[in-house]
Design a protein around this ligand. Structure first.
Ligand SMILES: Nc1ncnc2c1ncn2[C@@H]1O[C@H](COP(=O)(O)OP(=O)(O)OP(=O)(O)O)[C@@H](O)[C@H]1O
Ligand SMILES: [Mg+2]
Length: 499
């Protein structure tokens, strides 16, 4: 069926030319003259793309774009040349893409084609997101799917690594063959080897029958080595051999087994760090890292949050058979502002619980659990009054600077206290927006664990103990709070012998 494109007539001259060009490129088009017209067209057979030719500041356009978004229809807006910041405007009203006027109709058609292709890919893979990072991931998936090279997928827990691995398999020529995921962190060494490579009858106590390993079961298809960084040293050597010549021995076996398997590997801690620490072989790292996909944490691509929330609401409302209207702007803002250490998984789980529990048939601010509401507020970045998104390294830098600043202030206080000073300094203003330093430091104060003389390991240990204390020993929650995987937490608890 031909792709269908709606064109609004807000700018009639552009609309007519674009419409003709689209028809020439074999699209089925419809020109919509009013908001109601457009809304009706959207509720019929779903269009694949909506081109908005003008009136971008009108409230009716904002409503139309929201309706398009809710149906996952991509939108392309034509922005006036006089618009001071077209990128900001596009982000504000939620356009998928924009072009500046005067827009060349051929360029519009090219852009429409790209948007429709991308939408298809997102529908096929289930990977949602408008951020440049996710768009780049989608492009990489398309490029990497047809080949057999190994792909290393990196990203924090819950960022979508398994989803990406599935997508690569589903778009590859191997899609009719098995996709097998092995969690390398879940099993002790001997069991992991037998899981991966299989075993011969009687090869160890309990091996009553010959058993095929995951590599053999995945023959012709794809294997995902999940949490590959946790593979013990001796198994790493065996894996290296499989990657080099696609052959291995079953545990207790003497005949090499040859397989045709595409290997994907994922890890939620940077594998390079594990190599630097001597925990992971560098030759294996290079074998795995032929191609690489990195999924940034959700807090670094906040623009994906609204579309994820809307999609999850629709999905769970359907699944739980609930009449659900959506989410209030205030509630959505709180969700966008929160930290999401558990990334998309945490967001998805929360939306599900709210869809089930929200009494009003829509998510309101009061339906959001307190810890999520507070997490956004507890960020030192917000206390400083920064409105732009500050993430990752920058955030860490600010945090460290605040810690240092706090130590200096403490030192200063100590010195002042030691002096028989006639005047005491109460508040020092540092923030241009007028927030006193003491207030700026307040949320950090509770969290700061550093004392002079502590090593990084001491700080880490203290942070883990504090988190476990806070969560009453619930390791899953503690891991979530700390923004690390549960298995990483287990490893560290063992490493630091925390009881
Ligand atoms: N971009 C996305 N669009 C839609 N759903 C997503 C996206 N990213 C993640 N999800 C969903 O979030 C959940 C977690 O994703 P996934 O299991 O792929 O994460 P992961 O990176 O493998 O996590 P872990 O390291 O803990 O194994 C899944 O339900 C997945 O469908
Ligand atoms: Mg996973």
């Amino acid at each position: 069926m031909a792709d269908r494109v709606l064109v609004t007539t807000d700018d009639l001259e552009h609309a007519v030319r674009i419409n003709a060009q689209l028809e020439g490129a074999a699209y089925v088009t419809a020109m919509v003259t009013s908001f109601d017209d457009a809304r009706e067209a959207l509720s019929g057979r779903e269009p694949d793309c909506l081109v908005v030719t003008g009136a971008l500041h009108e409230p009716a356009t904002a409503r139309l774009l929201a309706a398009a978004r809710d149906r996952s229809v991509s939108t392309l807006g034509l922005v006036e040349a006089t618009e001071p910041d077209p990128k900001d405007l596009a982000a504000e009203i939620g356009l998928t893409a924009y072009l500046e006027k005067p827009a060349d109709p051929a360029e519009v058609v090219r852009m429409v084609r790209r948007l429709i292709d991308r939408r298809r890919l997102q529908q096929r893979t289930g990977i949602i997101g408008e951020s440049p990072a996710i768009q780049e991931v989608l492009v990489k998936i398309e490029q990497m799917a047809p080949v057999t090279s190994t792909v290393l997928i990196e990203g924090e827990s819950g960022t979508g690594k398994e989803l990406v691995a599935h997508a690569i398999h589903d778009l590859s020529p191997r899609r009719e063959r098995p996709f097998i995921a092995v969690n390398c962190a879940a099993l002790p060494e001997t069991l992991l080897e037998s899981e991966l490579f299989g075993h011969e009858k009687g090869s160890f106590t309990g091996a009553a029958e010959r058993r095929l390993g995951r590599f053999e079961l995945a023959d012709g298809g794809t294997i995902l080595l999940d949490e590959v960084g946790e593979i013990p040293g001796s198994t790493q050597v065996k894996l290296l051999r499989v990657l080099e010549d696609r052959s291995f021995f079953r545990v207790g076996g003497t005949q090499p087994i040859q397989v045709d398997v595409r290997v994907l590997a994922s890890t939620n801690r940077p594998l390079k760090d594990a190599v630097a620490l001597g925990e992971f072989r560098d030759d294996l790292y290079y074998r795995l890292n032929v191609l690489n996909i990195y999924l940034p944490p959700l807090r670094q691509r906040k623009m994906d949050i609204p579309v994820l929330v809307r999609r999850f609401i629709a999905e769970f409302a359907r699944m739980h058979d609930r009449q659900f209207h959506g989410i209030t702007p205030e509630a959505l803002q709180i969700i966008v502002d929160a930290e999401w250490p558990g990334n998309v998984r945490q967001l998805r789980n929360l939306v599900e619980s709210m869809v089930v529990l929200a009494p009003q048939g829509e998510i309101r601010a009061s339906d959001i659990p307190e810890d999520i509401r507070d997490r956004g507020r507890a960020l030192p970045v917000r206390v400083l009054g920064a409105s732009r998104e500050i993430a990752g390294k920058e955030l860490e830098f600010i945090f460290r600077s605040l810690v240092e600043l706090k130590l200096q202030v403490e030192e200063l206080r100590r010195r002042l206290d030691d002096r028989p000073a006639p005047h005491r300094v109460e508040v020092i203003e540092v923030d241009p927006h007028g927030a006193p330093l003491a207030a700026a430091l307040a949320p950090v104060e509770e969290a700061v664990l550093y004392r002079p003389g502590m090593s990084m390991a001491d700080v880490e240990r203290a942070a883990i103990e504090a988190a476990l204390n806070d969560t009453h020993g619930n390791r899953r929650k503690a891991a979530e709070v700390l923004g690390i995987g549960e298995r990483t937490l287990y490893r560290k608890i063992k490493q630091y012998a925390i009881v």
